[in-house]
Design a protein around this ligand. Structure first.
Ligand code: SAH
Length: 247
């Protein structure tokens, strides 16, 4: 999968190209990244990419033309994929969307806003989808773009062991259960006994119940969603009923 990112801060993307799973996946040829600075598409001496907002108000707005020229250049270079921009007013990024994009396997062009945002006419004419990564305001779209890239790339076939992504948070309909590793006793606390039993059915039952309990406690909305999408088993329902949450 190919990502082309339009950004004023190209070096930031070393965070995903040079570290961990995403870096290894890139070395294996599972994805590629090209960054483009819209300043390269300006014609004035100052290489201006922003200007004051019409109608007044604080801050600056990214001009439509340098961004549009950059998108056209990216198109000519061969990326004909989905164009995504980032903003708090976008559609919230979810595991579901990430998995859909991985399945569709289309290249992406990511537009990173800065300042107060981007001229609306560019968004209307060039952008397919606007994505938010949460209800807070970042100073630029770069971190949001890297969140999207990381979430997508780790799901690409071959990026990590298939099994690891199958039982993660959200894919099971619930949040992930707690994890433990050696030593068996640490700061006076022992690992839950069942995990040392070697009894696979009991371990699976315990893990599922932990996930149910945690999800119920912190994200009851996900229980409703899991129910609606048929991700709760009869055993899950019985457990939830027993714990005062009939579904
Ligand atoms: N004036 C805007 C905030 C601009 S922040 C507002 O009030 O909504 C500058 C840039 O950071 C945005 O153009 C966007 O690219 C990025 N950004 C900020 N918050 C974000 C979020 N929650 N999700 C995704 N991108 C975000």
């Amino acid at each position: 999968m190919r990502f082309d990112v339009i950004t004023l801060f190209e070096p930031m993307f070393a965070a995903v190209t040079e570290n961990g799973i995403t870096s290894r996946a890139m070395q294996r040829g599972l994805w590629s990244l090209y960054t483009w600075n819209p300043r390269e598409e300006t014609e004035d001496n100052h290489r201006t990419v922003d200007d004051r907002p019409f109608g007044g108000g604080p801050g600056m707005v990214m001009m439509a033309d340098p961004l549009a020229r950059t998108v056209r250049r990216i198109r000519r270079s061969g990326n004909v994929g989905r164009v995504v921009s980032f903003a708090p007013n976008g559609t919230r990024l979810t595991d579901e969307t990430v998995r859909r994009w991985v399945a569709e396997d289309r290249d992406m062009v990511l537009i990173c806003g800065r300042y107060e945002g981007i001229d609306q006419r560019f968004l209307d004419n060039y952008v397919d989808e606007t994505v938010s990564i949460g209800d807070f305001v970042l100073s630029g779209g770069e971190l949001a773009a890297m969140v999207l890239i990381d979430a997508v790339v780790r799901q690409l076939p071959g990026a990590i062991k298939e099994l690891s992504t199958l039982d993660e948070s959200f894919s099971t309909g619930l949040l992930d259960a707690p994890h433990y590793t050696r030593p068996e006793v640490w700061e006076g606390q022992a690992v839950p006994e069942v995990l040392l039993s070697g009894h696979h059915a009991n371990i699976a039952k315990w893990t599922r119940e932990q996930a149910l309990e945690l999800t119920l406690r912190t994200r009851a909305d996900l229980i409703e969603k899991a129910k609606a999408s048929g991700k709760l088993s009869e055993t899950d329902r019985l457990w939830l009923k027993k714990h005062g949450y009939p579904v």
